[in-house]
Design a protein around this ligand. Structure first.
Ligand code: NAP
Length: 473
């Protein structure tokens, strides 16, 4: 199968193609169009032309288009889950959950489209402001470039395309090279739903080669990026005065306080650490357990981890499958071995077979190890201990990242102290840091990024606030 570029409401042939392979068995899935500079420019031109139509389209029509896309996803739920499973090696159970979340994301976007509004401004609160009626409105920004990662190929596209369309913008979408099929599928759904030609364009090709065209073109008003901190930093430094939102990585931490009942929380924590091979930006990477519970916690955690079944993402009972590239398997092995050589204890896993890295549990890992201080983005978790609660807070905050953190505790005072002191975008009390529903504000501090997603918040980022003042006297 050959997949061309989606520009101006139709597939256009590019000059060349790249191979797309299944990360689990390396089978050829498709040949994917590789955009060159001219292709990217024509996608931007198409989006620019469609911009006026989008800006004039009434809110109810934008909402109806988004609802139709949600409807198509519902109808084709299984087909979409299989697409995610084969191109991202995401186990079917998790792929179905992603499709369900994508439906919610577009549904929330449809709701938001109907309620974008401004506010009245009391101008007479300032001397000289009297005799005026003033209010704000929110206008679309124009053309938005969306650059997305491989790990949630449908739902993270939805978190950009959904609010962009809700707000009346047009889009050039550059999905990750490993997961283009999900993005093209979404473009087809929007086309069938009646989105005007050019309002959504999908271009594929290596981000490091074509990204600069998006960053430099003045017709693009905003870059919304989800991906690694390295690429995010590059985008921020090279986008001039464009608005930029960055949803980047983390090494998310969880505190388990004394007195917490482990039987109910451990299966959930294991899931938060190893779901989709740990390739989730809020995957649990660091667990800090009170010394009184530590040994019991580690034993129960390991026995729960042993239950996970590794295998083909298309098999119903698979919990863990291949990492996105063989290179990531090697990198993970190096980081784990390095930690063990520096004194960490390996309690489970540590090896790989083909593309699958075993779920791996380390204990007593020095904070300077890569598996602790960098984003491991693999099925590797470490469990360390603490005695004083304040110490646990300091350990969590000892990170260059700050996306979400979790804490299990029975003590309301500690919970509230954690809520205040943890340096992250979201604090999950009596919940794992991996928790997310798609309407909540979501984003990080420090190197985890800037700006917020969660449809309402993304709509704010994707609109310009305009003040209108009437002199009435
Ligand atoms: P990545 O390597 O940074 O790639 C993300 C996207 O950026 C891809 O589409 C990539 O294209 C493109 N890209 C690469 N170099 C570029 C450049 N110079 N200019 C413009 N675009 C460029 O990230 P990934 O490996 O796909 O995803 C994993 C990362 O995403 C992790 O760090 C994870 O934590 C983060 N993430 C964050 C969130 C969040 O909401 N905070 C959610 C999910 C994932 P190619 O694929 O063609 O290289």
């Amino acid at each position: 199968m050959k997949k061309d570029l989606w520009i101006g409401g139709e597939y256009r042939k590019p000059a060349s193609y790249m191979e797309l392979r299944n990360p689990y068995n390396l089978e050829l899935l498709a040949e994917i169009g590789t955009a060159d500079v001219e292709d990217v420019q024509s996608a931007i031109s198409a989006a620019h032309q469609a911009q006026t139509i989008m800006a004039e389209m009434p809110a109810f029509e934008r909402a109806e288009i988004l609802e139709k896309v949600a409807g198509s996803l519902k109808q084709d739920r299984e087909e979409c889950a299989r697409l995610i499973a084969i191109e991202a090696a995401k186990p079917l159970k998790a792929a179905r959950a992603e499709v369900d979340r994508t439906i919610m994301t577009y549904t929330f976007a449809a709701h938001e489209a109907r309620r974008i509004h401004g506010e009245t401004v009391p101008m007479d609160a300032a001397p000289g402001g009297q005799g005026r009626l003033a209010f704000t409105i929110r206008e679309p920004l124009g053309v938005i470039a969306a650059i997305t990662p491989f790990n949630f190929p449908m739902n993270l596209v939805a978190h950009k395309v959904g609010p962009a369309i809700a707000a009346g913008n047009s889009i050039v979408l550059k999905p990750a090279s490993q997961t283009p099929l999900s993005a093209y599928k979404i473009a087809e759904y929007f086309h069938s739903a009646g989105l005007p030609a050019g309002a959504l364009n999908v271009i594929t090709g290596s981000g490091s080669k074509i990204g600069d065209v998006l960053l430099k073109d003045e017709r693009i008003k905003m870059i919304t990026f989800t991906g690694s901190p390295e690429v995010g930093t590059y985008i921020r430094e090279n986008s001039g005065l464009k608005r930029v939102t960055l949803e980047l990585g983390s090494n998310s931490a969880l505190i388990v306080d004394d007195g917490v009942g482990l039987d109910t929380v451990i299966p959930r924590i294991v899931n938060g650490a190893f779901a989709y091979q740990g390739q989730v930006c809020i995957s649990i990477q660091r667990i800090f357990v009170h010394a009184n519970l530590f040994e019991t916690f580690v034993d129960q955690f390991v026995s729960e981890t042993q239950k996970l079944k590794a295998g083909n993402p298309l098999e119903e009972d698979t919990d863990i499958s291949a990492m996105i590239t063989r290179g990531d398997v090697e990198r993970t092995k190096e980081w784990v071995d390095e930690a063990v050589n520096h004194g960490a204890q390996l309690r489970f896993g540590g090896n790989s077979e083909g593309g699958i890295f075993q779920p791996t549990v380390l204990v007593n890992v020095p904070a300077s190890e890569k598996v602790s201080c960098e984003e491991v983005f693999a099925p590797v978790v470490h469990i360390n201990t603490f005695t004083e609660f304040e110490e646990a807070i300091t350990l969590v905050n000892d990170s260059k990242f700050g996306l979400q953190a979790g804490i299990f505790t029975n003590d309301i005072h500690k919970a509230l102290r954690a809520a205040k002191k943890l340096e992250v975008g979201g604090v999950m009390i009596n919940e794992i840091p991996t928790f997310r529903v798609d309407q909540m504000p979501y984003g990080g501090v420090k190197m985890s990024g800037m700006g917020r997603e969660g449809i309402k918040y993304a709509v704010e980022e994707m609109t310009e606030l305009k003040l209108i003042s009437f002199k009435t006297e």
